[in-house]
Design a protein around this ligand. Structure first.
Ligand code: SF4
Length: 85
């Protein structure tokens, strides 16, 4: 198990902890504190930068993450990829 490097800055997690604490706890166990590599938000943040993660992207929606990465990659300067935390 490993902690997600975006935990301290993940606005989705912060919002969920306020609006749906039980669900936030489930996601912590399923993604944030365990399998963060499987999180759709982590995928996008790693490839495109945290600021480009759609605010309503759920951790389980990897298909949307892949689509977002594919579309947005066309518009991003490939010379300056985002750094991993
Ligand atoms: S695993 Fe996903 S939801 Fe959890 S902190 Fe990381 S990016 Fe946010």
């Amino acid at each position: 198990m490993s902690r997600c490097g975006f935990m301290d800055t993940c606005d989705f997690r912060d919002r969920l902890r306020v609006s749906a604490p039980a669900l936030a706890k489930e996601y912590d166990g399923a993604y944030c504190l365990a399998n963060h590599e499987d999180c759709a938000r982590h995928m996008v943040a790693l490839r495109l930068g945290e600021s480009r993660v759609p605010p309503d992207l759920f951790p389980f929606d990897r298909a949307r993450a892949e689509n977002t990465i594919e579309i947005m990659s066309r518009w991003i300067d490939k010379e300056s990829p985002p750094d991993e935390p």
